[in-house]
Structure formats: C-alpha cells, structure tokens
Design a protein around this ligand. Structure first.
Ligand SMILES: [Zn+2]
Length: 459
C-alpha cells in the first residue's frame, strides 16, 4: 500500500493511520509532535515514548530511498515540557547524530534518519547531580514563635513585585546613539545582545560591533548596562566546531571587556539562524557560563503593531503575577524598527510602575531568580527577642554574585530602630524600612552564600 503524503505529516495523523491499518493502539507522545519529509511512507517508521524524555524512532529500510528527515517538536511549556537544552539524538549504535535547530527554538529538532533504517533515540540527558529542583516558598521563610520574628527571602531584589528586562539585539549603532542615552535619561539598565565577531573573510557583512569597538568598550567599562551573547556573527553554526566558535568567541570577547565581572551571561543565538550540532545546548551553556535567554520575550518592533499598548498590558499582567517580564528591541530611531517616540512611550509606562518593578539586566535577574530558587532559611537558635539563623544557598558564588534581599516583618510592639542584624563576624548589616502587604518591614541584603546571621531586639 502506498500513500501520497504531504511534505510534513503530523504524528497524530500518523498514529490514526497506524491504528486504521494495523489495529495498533494510538501512542501517547505527551505533547511531542513528529513529522517527516522526504516522501517516506507511514508504514516505514514507528515512534514511541520509552521513558521520561526519551523518544524512540524505528525506521525500516526502504530500498534505494534517501533517508527521510525527521522533524520533532518537543513541548516547551506546561507539565509535559521537555528540558530542550539537554536533548540529543543518537542512532541504534549510540552514535550522536547531527541535529539542526533554529536559534530561538531549540525545542524544534530536525535530523536525517540513519541510512539504511534502524532505531534512533531523541532523549534529554540528565546533568550530573540531576536537574535543579527549586526550593519551596516554605523553605525560604522562618516563622519563629520563640523570638517572635518572621523572615523571608524576597521574591525579587529590594522587595519589588516583578522584574523587567529591556533587551536590544544585534549591536546596532542606534543602540549607542539612541537607546543607551535614552535609557540613561530614565535611569534604566538595558541588556545589549552583541555580535562581537570580527568581519569574516568572504562575507560582505561588516561588523557593526567592530566599527564601534571603542564605544562598546567604554560602555562595558562604565557597567551601567549589561552586554550579552548574540553569537559572534549572527549567521548560525554549521558543525560542532563552528557552533562552539560562534558561542565561545562571543563570550570571550565580552569577558575581555568586563574582566572584573562574573562570567555568567545571557545567550540568544538569534532569530532566523540555523545551528547544526551533535551536542546539547547545555554543553555550550555550561562550558561558557551562559544561560538561555532566547525564549519568552515580547518583540517590540513597530511592525508587529500596537506595541505600546501591548506592553502596557503584558507589564500589568507580569506585575500582577510577580513575574519576570522580558521585551526586546532591534533598532531605535526614525524609519528603524522602533521609533524614538514609541520607545519612550514604553519606558514611560515602565516608569509609572517604578516602585513595583525591578528594571535590571538579564543576567542580574537570572542570577537573583536562580539564587533564590537555591536558597533556604533555617533557625540555628532562638530565644525571646533573639534569633540566629542560617541562609543556605547552593549556587556557585563565582558566577552567581547578585546579593539576595531578606525581609524581616516588624510585628506590633516591635520597633524597627531597635532591631540589630549582624553577620557571622558580628558586623551590623544596614537595613531599609519598607512594607510587606501593607505591614512594616525591614529589608537587608546578603551575599548569595551559605552563612549564619543573627537578629536581636535591643531594649
Ligand atoms: Zn538578532
């Protein structure tokens, strides 16, 4: 039996066909979608989930046929989401296959099935020590009846309700002439995703970054804005070696400009780029101290339409839910991706929410979020009016160096000025008065490291 197939066939349809043809039960792929092209007939392959995050594809040899390409789309949100950065593909002998992805959708894979049929496996490789598990809200709170003190790790830096990152892609000259001076006027920190690779021989593309190197260097030295990795040349990668060079060279160029800072930085491989590698994204992230910052961002180019009002709406939603709102721009100015007027209008909206928002660089926000998810508070000892406690934080302090904010509730009858907070060396920590849900509180910052502290209510 020969069927004529569209170029891409969704697995769900295929499963129905299989059932009709062979009486085989439909396989539940938990949100994974599989399609193939190359004109292969549906009876020539089978797909099955054989473990959590492990998909087996069995292809039969078709005489003389070119091995078809598989397209696998993994669910990237919800309860069935796969850890896409950890996914690789191997053939039946265990050899890793070359997989193609686009720069901003690592959860969509495309690869040629092994020549001559056989089995291959799409699987997420668990990192050494397991996938990180976030601590719970309960782990990050102390409610101590003996001392009467209540303490917690703040959701966001300085007790803000939500976070906002403003990202600018492609190291465009208008970032230096427009975006940065305007952000400085507002006092907002931006994240600049740059392509710091030198112009390549044989390419007509001139490096904007190279042409304005001195300006980017002085920006990096000032430290008011964050530089991030948008790959060396914004052209994708065509092999393991090439992919590593594109990620690694950009990281090194940025490290060179920011020698005194943590090496951790945001990575976004770029819209419209293709990457062919046998390796997991995790390999590159870990080796170069990057974190994936490509997804869940709202594009602010005027061509999408209604950007200012859309920003007002999504920002309000993120504030309401206490989340990290991410937006990205390309070029700023007249006849460019965003007009200066629309750029300013969005910044004005952010300014209206200044007291609720932590407007920061993407690495700052990622650090805080990761540190908080790795933090626990525990009572060491408590007595009336006195508490000693430990903050445990399991992140690597060489990379994750953003201070954590702790919030101390001021119960009725307590006086903020009589609360003395000390670190393990008996140094008094400065604290700022604030409010938690309308009630008085004190906030203080501590390094994201495991350490002991004490709080005393003096008479
Ligand atoms: Zn880009």
């Amino acid at each position: 039996m020969k069927l004529f197939l569209p170029l891409k066939l969704l697995f769900r349809l295929f499963a129905v066909l299989l059932m009709a043809m062979d009486g085989v039960q439909a396989v539940d792929l938990r949100g994974v979608e599989v399609a193939l092209d190359g004109g292969a007939s549906p009876e020539s392959f089978e797909v099955e989930l054989i473990g959590p995050f492990k998909l087996q594809i069995r292809a039969q040899e078709e005489a003389g046929a070119k091995p078809p390409r598989m397209h696998v789309q993994l669910p990237n949100s919800g309860t069935n989401a796969w850890p896409a950065a950890d996914v690789e593909v191997r053939d039946g002998s265990g050899k890793v296959l070359l997989v193609q992805r686009t720069g901003i959708e690592w959860f969509k894979l495309s690869f040629a099935l092994p020549q001559g049929g056989g089995t291959c496996v799409v699987q997420a490789v668990e990192p050494v020590g397991g996938w990180p598990k976030a601590t719970s809200d309960k782990d990050r709170v102390i409610q101590d009846g003996v001392s009467g003190l209540r303490l917690r790790v703040a959701k966001w830096h300085a007790g803000r309700t939500a976070a906002l990152s403003l990202r600018f892609d492609d190291s465009h000259p208008s970032h230096l002439t427009k975006a940065i001076p305007i952000l400085d006027e507002y006092g907002f920190r931006g994240t600049f995703m740059v392509n710091p690779g030198a112009s390549e021989s044989g390419s007509r593309r001139v490096s904007d970054f190279e042409q304005h190197h001195a300006e980017w260097e002085s920006l990096a030295m000032k430290g008011t804005h964050e530089l991030a990795n948008h790959s060396a040349h914004h052209r994708g990668g065509f092999s393991d070696v090439d992919t590593e060079a594109e990620i690694g060279e950009a990281a090194q160029a940025i490290w060179k400009l920011t020698p005194s800072r943590s090496q951790l930085m945001a990575l976004n491989l770029g819209g419209g780029t293709r990457w062919e590698t046998t390796r997991t994204l995790r390999f590159y992230l870990d080796k170069y101290h990057q974190f994936d910052a490509a997804e869940n961002s709202t594009g602010m180019d005027d061509s999408y339409g209604g950007r200012v009002e859309n920003f007002r709406r999504i920002l309000a939603q993120h504030i309401q839910r206490g989340l990290w709102c991410r937006v990205h721009y390309h070029y700023i100015g007249e006849n460019l991706s965003s007009t200066e007027a629309n750029f300013r209008a969005a910044l004005d909206i952010a300014k209206e929410h200044a007291t609720e928002l932590w407007i920061a660089g993407m690495a700052d926000i990622h650090k805080y979020q990761t540190e908080r998810n790795a933090a626990k508070l525990q009572v060491i000892q408590s007595a009336p009016r006195k508490l000693s406690f430990e903050l445990a934080c399991s992140t690597d302090s060489a990379l994750y160096d953003h201070p954590l904010t702790l919030e101390l509730a001021i119960a009725p009858g307590m006086e903020a000025t009589k609360m003395i907070i000390k670190d393990a060396n008996q140094a008094v920590l400065p604290a700022q008065p604030g409010k938690i849900d309308g009630a008085d509180a004190l906030r203080f910052v501590v390094p994201p490291r495991t350490a002991a502290y004490s709080i005393e209510l003096t008479p």
